[in-house]
Ligand binder design. Structure first.
Ligand SMILES: [Zn+2]
Length: 393
């Protein structure tokens, strides 16, 4: 059985309260890989953090198996589709960064946990003369890095001594949720910054992003409170946690001041976090039952479709009693169309076959109803749409 985390990775409290246990033999990763073991989550009553158990061998996993978007240099993920216009995650991350940080030539910048460095590349292109550096825990991204950053500005696993105190800005996009010891990693970031240097991080917001709660490779489920605590303990000031500018994520910023500050969380906020964690736990525990209960009785092979070939779609497929009933996935992303997931083709939503009688909404429940209602085939006679959750009242 998977053990619920007994120590908080942010504040080191050992008063952790278990809040979720999937009770399953396997769990999905954030890249929709099926990995062995249940997912368990504990709540920290000291700092308001939620900690997950993580993958069995994290070092090996990130060195070789965590192959995010390696197929295609231009490949990206969709943040939002407004009609026919697609806003990618990289686009939106760039817009948010410009809003928070004054990018300028000569700035010494490190992207911490940069993966294939799509954001670092965008920042470099947008600001000629910026001095970009890259750091991650896998060598498999180096071919991407070599295209725009010199070798002496790349580091894998550890950073060179000479980088300490070098940076005006450290950025980190969707990395800290994977890091088993975020307290040590944040101390590392502080060490790399100049005095007064800026830190800018984006991590999933578990309260606005239900998938974050159950993916096995996310060991940290940050809340406003725990993100602020992480920075305060590492000697940051002017800490801001923006919960609204990036749907489903927290934008966390601070400046290195070199002395730790108090980041006490009031009881009402903690009670709210615990209540939301229990709600997420209930949501996922019932979502699987709901999928199975709505499966067509003896439905014809290939009579249903799953909208969404990301995490939620994979979750639905993994929980169907008869996955062979699924003819196709539907996805608005041009990078997903034409691929397969679990050996099932991924089509454009407008290509929904005529014979499909059931569509599962494999989307973030916060937007699922709205997206499904905007489809060209919405309301088609005899077509059922199954949601993971009822529409919010
Ligand atoms: Zn804690």
């Amino acid at each position: 059985m998977a053990e619920a985390p007994a120590h908080c990775p942010v504040c080191h409290s050992d008063e952790m309260v278990p809040v979720y246990d999937s009770g399953t033999r396997t769990s999905l990763s954030s890249l929709c890989q099926v990995l062995p073991g249940a997912k368990v989550v504990s709540y920290c009553p000291e700092c308001g953090h939620l900690a997950g158990n993580g993958v069995a061998d994290a070092d090996e996993f990130y060195e070789t198996d965590y192959r995010i978007l390696l197929d295609d240099e231009e490949e990206d993920q969709i943040y939002e589709a407004r009609g026919s216009e697609i806003v990618t995650r990289t686009d939106h991350q760039m817009a948010v960064l410009r809003d928070k940080v004054a990018l300028a030539p000569g700035l010494s910048v490190l992207d911490f946990g940069c993966a294939k460095a799509a954001m670092a590349r965008r920042i470099s292109q947008a600001t000629p003369g910026i001095d970009m550096h890259l750091f991650d825990v896998s060598r498999m991204y180096e071919p991407f890095w070599d295209k725009f950053v010199a070798k002496d500005r790349q580091a894998v696993h550890t950073t060179p001594e000479a980088w300490n105190g070098r940076f005006d800005l450290v950025t980190s996009f969707f990395a800290f949720e994977h890091i088993p010891d975020p307290k040590a990693a944040m101390a590392h970031v502080a060490q790399l910054l100049k005095p007064g240097g800026q830190f800018h991080m984006i991590v999933p917001d578990v309260t606005g992003n239900a998938a974050d709660f159950i993916v096995i490779d996310h060991v940290n489920h940050f809340t406003r409170a725990s993100a602020a605590r992480l920075l305060a303990d590492a000697g940051f000031g002017a800490i801001d946690v923006d919960t609204t500018s990036y749907r489903g994520a927290l934008i966390v910023t601070g400046r290195k001041v070199g002395k730790t500050a108090s980041a006490r969380v009031d009881d009402a906020e903690k009670a709210d976090i615990l209540a939301q964690a229990r709600e997420l736990s209930a949501f996922w525990s019932t979502a699987a039952d709901r999928i199975r209960a709505s499966e067509p009785e003896g439905g014809a092979t290939g009579s249903s479709a799953i909208y969404g070939s990301g995490f939620y779609g994979a979750f639905i497929h993994a929980n169907l009693t008869r996955p062979e009933g699924v003819a196709c996935f539907l996805d608005q992303s041009p990078w997903q169309q034409g691929k397969t997931l679990f050996e099932t083709p991924i089509l454009a939503p407008s290509d929904l076959p005529e014979n499909i009688d059931t569509v599962y909404a494999g989307l973030n429940p916060a937007i699922a109803h709205q997206v499904m209602k905007s489809q060209p085939w919405a309301g088609r006679n005899g077509l059922r749409v199954i949601y993971l959750q009822d529409a919010a009242k």
